[in-house]
Design a protein around this ligand. Structure first.
Ligand code: GDP
Ligand code: MG
Length: 204
C-alpha cells in the first residue's frame, strides 16, 4: 500500500453550526474528535453565505430527492401526515430552513484526518435527529431537539454539527469549503503509536 492512499490519509469535513458556537460547545465538540487520535488539518471561523450553504447541501444531485423521501417516511413512521407527498417540495422547505440556520451566525469549518475518519466522526456525532441520537454522541448528549418540534416551528433541527456522510461526500465538501492552501500536511507525534507497524522506536 502506498503512502498516498493509506487509510490514515482519509479526510472529512466537520462544521460546528451556529448553535454549537452559541452554546459554548466548541471545545467540547473538538475534544471528542481530537481524543480519538484524529488530526485537525484545517480550521476556520466565518459566517457562511446563503449560496455556500445551498451549494453545500446540493453537491449531491440526489440529495433533494433522498432527503424529501426520508422526511416523508419519517412522518408516516410516526403516524403523522406529511405536509406534501412531493419529496422535492418537502426538501425545499428543509433547505430554506437550513440556509436560515447556517447563516444566522459564525460557524467553525474543520477538516479532520485519520484512518476511517468519515465513519469515526459520524459515530461520535450521532444520528441526524437529536431526539433519537444515541447517548454518548454529540447530538445525543447535548441536544433536545426533534423534527416534530422544528417542523412545527418552521425551522431547521438544531443538531450542532455537520459531518460528511461518505468519503466521496467528504471529498466534494472539503473542496467546497476549503482551498488547498488552507489545509496543512504535518506529522503528529502520536501518529507513531497509532500507525507505526514495528513499534521499534519506543525504547531507548
Ligand atoms: P446529516 O448528514 O446527519 O446531517 O443528515 P442529512 O445529510 O440527511 O440531512 C442534512 C440536514 O437536513 C440535517 O442536518 C437536517 O437539518 C435536515 N434534515 C434531514 N432529514 C430531515 C427530515 O427528515 N426532516 C427535517 N425536518 N429535516 C431533515
Ligand atoms: Mg449529510
Amino acid at each position: 500500500m502506498t503512502t498516498t492512499n493509506h487509510p490514515k490519509t482519509e479526510r472529512t469535513l466537520v462544521v460546528i453550526k451556529p448553535d454549537g458556537i452559541q452554546r459554548s460547545l466548541i471545545g467540547e465538540i473538538i475534544k471528542r474528535y481530537e481524543r480519538t487520535g484524529l488530526k485537525l488539518v484545517g480550521v476556520k471561523m466565518f459566517v457562511p453565505s446563503a449560496d455556500l450553504v445551498e451549494e453545500h447541501y446540493t453537491l449531491d444531485p440526489e440529495w433533494r430527492r433522498i432527503t424529501g423521501e426520508k422526511a416523508i417516511k419519517g412522518y408516516l413512521d410516526k403516524g403523522l401526515t406529511p405536509p406534501t407527498t412531493d419529496p422535492f417540495e418537502v426538501t425545499e422547505k428543509v433547505l430554506k430552513n437550513l440556509i436560515k440556520y447556517l447563516t444566522s451566525g459564525p460557524v467553525i469549518a474543520m477538516v479532520w484526518q485519520g484512518a476511517h475518519v468519515v465513519k469515526i466522526v459520524r459515530k461520535i456525532t450521532g444520528g441526524t435527529e437529536p431526539l433519537t441520537s444515541d447517548v454518548g454522541t454529540i447530538r445525543g448528549d447535548f441536544v433536545l431537539d426533534s423534527y416534530q418540534m422544528s417542523d412545527n416551528d418552521t425551522r431547521a433541527v438544531r443538531n450542532l454539527v455537520h459531518a460528511s456522510g461518505s468519503p466521496k461526500e467528504a471529498e466534494d465538501e472539503i473542496k467546497h469549503w476549503f482551498s488547498k492552501n488552507e489545509l496543512t500536511d504535518y506529522n503528529l507525534v502520536q501518529d507513531k503509536i497509532l500507525y507505526d507497524v514495528n513499534l521499534d522506536g519506543l525504547l531507548e
